[in-house]
Design a protein around this ligand. Sequence first.
Ligand SMILES: NC(=O)c1ccc[n+]([C@@H]2O[C@H](COP(=O)([O-])OP(=O)(O)OC[C@H]3O[C@@H](n4cnc5c(N)ncnc54)[C@H](OP(=O)(O)O)[C@@H]3O)[C@@H](O)[C@H]2O)c1
Length: 289
Amino acid sequence: MANKVLIIGSHGMLGQDLVRVFEKDMNWEVFGYDRDQIDIASEESLRGKIEEVGPDAVINASGYNAVDKCESDEIEFELAKKINGYGPGLLAKICADMEIPVVHYVSDYIFDGEKGEYTETDKPSPISNYGRSKLLGEEEIQKNTDKFYLIRTSKLFGKPGKSEMAKKSFFDTMIGMAKDNKVLKIVDEEKSCFTYTPDLALETKKMIEEKIPFGIYHVVNVGACTWYEAALELFRLAKMDVEVIPVSSSEFPRPAKRPRSSVLLNTKLKPLRNYKEALAEYLKENYSI
Ligand SMILES: NC(=O)c1ccc[n+]([C@@H]2O[C@H](COP(=O)([O-])OP(=O)(O)OC[C@H]3O[C@@H](n4cnc5c(N)ncnc54)[C@H](OP(=O)(O)O)[C@@H]3O)[C@@H](O)[C@H]2O)c1
């Protein structure tokens, strides 16, 4: 009989690829739900669906990702804490009661960026409300269950989520901007790793299937870079004639502080491929480049 996986946030950028990756494998039966069917912030909603399905594993790909909005607005910060922090904690409690593993994704923004590169055991110290809400999720999950995979990742790219509000990845945004502008100013700071959502989804499936020890993992594509360096690579691969000018982050002030450099070091798993190879695949599949 097939194993059952329940995926929360199944319409998001990562959620859609998780559904795709598990559905391709006959050994898994997939139950994907987005916010209209399961609210991560409601214990009643979570418990109802999870008990009805009786999954062998639960993956939470939902998230509050409006980094700047929750910096300047207290009500938004409360919402971020519910979706990224307390909700995942409730989920962990339910999964512990049912003795099943839970997977949850965290961000490099839980680090302040001063050290530059971070291993799985480095101490988090967020500098934004978004980072604080994601760290709260780590704490709440660990408080409520021992059977957890906390996967820290950064700068996701893949097909945008299905909802109208879905945030596009950096690469899709750049391609859109390059259609109307032949010169682009891009921030040459905030060094970190890009992560291709199909690669992250496959790695998540492998971690569950191989029953590797529970704990904190860093899953990113190889090849740390700044936004500027990534834009250069994008336009080179896409053969687009765009002049890219490196600028400081002070040229584009935003409410929330970003870590200066938050490279997630993966010391526990086999490394994923380089982001350049993954980006070439994304461009071929989605833009026929
Ligand atoms: N994107 C990145 O660069 C990045 C970096 C590091 C870590 N992460 C983490 O990776 C995970 C996946 O990110 P992503 O970029 O794939 O996110 P995403 O595209 O924004 O998708 C999140 C999904 O969750 C849904 N959702 C929102 N509120 C919900 C609620 N209360 N209950 C249930 N579902 C809800 C969203 O629906 P609506 O669209 O209708 O709101 C959306 O479909 C998140 O935990 C995120 O924090 C992302």
